[in-house]
Design a protein around this ligand. Structure first.
Ligand SMILES: [Zn+2]
Length: 64
């Protein structure tokens, strides 16, 4: 059980999804977060796992 949303860190309430750690707004990301967990178990770093799961944006090469 999670106390906070894994995506936005909001504290979870009774209508949220404590077993998967996502608030109502972010429950649609549960498959991405599951993929993240699998990638972490495979030994990837948190950032690499987020990139591969689609939870983080890679640096934009056009940024200065
Ligand atoms: Zn959230």
């Amino acid at each position: 059980m999670y106390r906070y949303c894994r995506e936005c860190r909001a504290e979870l309430g009774e209508y949220d999804h404590e077993e998967i750690g996502l608030c109502q707004e972010h429950v649609a990301l549960c498959e991405d977060w599951h993929r993240y967990d699998v990638l972490r178990e495979e030994g990837h770093s948190a950032y690499a796992a987020k990139l591969m799961a689609g939870l983080a944006d890679p640096p934009d090469p056009d940024d200065d």
